[in-house]
Write a protein of this length. Structure first.
Length: 124
């Protein structure tokens, strides 16, 4: 069954513009050439958090100047594993791209959510 992967990265302070340029010009072309299906990439502007206080719903907005997220689609787990190997175990990724990525994003902060689209979702 097809599913999506939502990836969330913390970008190092002052590296957001460099990361977005690198992502657009290097990561997307390289990964799509290897077969990845990238549905979107986003510069996270802010996050809204909601709380209930005295029966009132309150929205607190926090700016996220160093947050970036993107979405990929896979046919199944085997498809994801095959594409991960093709991309992340490639000589080009290991020797050329990963060292550059490590200077722009906190690799220890990467969060990945695997998502299954529900019936009414447009993305499937």
């Amino acid at each position: 069954m097809a599913f999506f992967e939502l990836r969330i990265y913390d970008i190092f302070e002052g590296k957001k513009d460099d990361w977005i340029e690198f992502f657009n010009n290097i990561v997307i072309p390289f990964q799509t050439k290897k077969g990845m299906i990238i549905h979107g990439a986003f510069d996270v502007l802010s996050t809204d958090k909601f709380v209930e206080e005295n029966q009132n719903r309150i929205m607190n907005t926090e700016e996220n100047p160093n947050l970036f997220t993107w979405i990929r689609r896979f046919e199944n787990i085997a498809h994801k594993q095959r594409l991960y190997r093709a991309v992340y175990e490639s000589k080009e990724w290991q020797e050329d791209y990963r060292p550059k990525v490590a200077k722009m994003i906190n690799l220890n902060s990467v969060t990945v959510h695997n998502l299954s689209a529900i019936e009414m979702s447009i993305m499937k």
